[in-house]
Design a protein around this ligand. Structure first.
Ligand SMILES: Nc1ncnc2c1ncn2[C@@H]1O[C@H](COP(=O)(O)OP(=O)(O)O)[C@@H](O)[C@H]1O
Ligand SMILES: [Mg+2]
Length: 205
């Protein structure tokens, strides 16, 4: 039920007064037959480099919707940001076109989704999809991408990482798949990492 928005690599950096992420007066609404209904209303927070922010709230209170708004992945056309700003450093994400947002996603903000099965490609091995995701955002060779993928799987303490690289998502438990998702998000080396209930499928690992 908790959700964290976390910045990485803060410890070794000098304190910076500009927040990495600023959410100001964020309102997300859904269009219904009787008009716009707010799902998240007037939410504000800032996140500085190296900080971890946890958002706790009951089911349906808008934690996932907030995360999707930051990622620019709200389900169109019914749900959209109707007020407020989301800024990544100096960039106003709510004003970016989809093409630019796609670059921000993964590059600068990564998200570990609540449902790992729907976010992994069932026909690609774990190693291939990790390497592919890394190469989509970083200019590295196939060999380097593979080695970073293995590093990431090791970092999240997945058992037998070498063997997992060659397996398909359905061959792993829910908890292992979630670790793969976490590894993928970490391998992107984002400025902000959003984890939407990342431990809910961890029971079986
Ligand atoms: N695609 C959608 N269309 C309309 N309403 C939605 C959609 N997704 C979520 N909601 C509504 O938005 C509210 C917040 O949901 P959500 O962000 O998933 O809550 P949480 O993650 O805190 O449990 C809920 O009332 C939910 O029913
Ligand atoms: Mg949720």
């Amino acid at each position: 039920m908790t959700q964290t928005l976390q910045t990485l690599s803060g410890a070794e950096l000098a304190p910076d007064t500009t927040p990495v992420l600023t959410v100001q007066g964020l309102t997300v609404s859904v269009r219904t037959e009787s008009g716009l209904r707010p799902l998240v209303e007037d939410l504000s927070f800032t996140l500085h480099r190296g900080e971890t922010l946890a958002i706790a709230g009951e089911s349906g209170s808008g934690k996932s919707i907030t995360s999707l708004a930051i990622m620019g992945l709200l389900p169109p056309p019914a749900v959209r940001v109707t007020a407020g700003r989301i800024s990544l450093g100096a960039t106003d994400l709510t004003a970016l076109p989809e093409s630019a947002l796609r670059r921000v996603r993964g590059d600068r903000v990564a998200m570990i989704f609540q449902e790992p099965m729907t976010s992994l490609n069932p026909v690609l091995t774990v190693g291939m999809q990790l390497a592919e995701a890394i190469r989509a955002h970083q200019d590295v060779s196939r060999t380097e991408a593979r080695s970073r993928a293995l590093q990431a799987l090791t970092a999240v303490r997945l058992s037998q990482p070498e063997r997992r690289m060659l397996q398909f998502p359905h061959e792993l438990s829910g908890g292992m798949r979630q670790r793969v998702m976490i590894a993928m998000a970490l391998a992107m080396r984002p400025e902000v990492l959003i984890a939407d209930e990342p431990t809910t499928a961890q029971r079986s690992s």
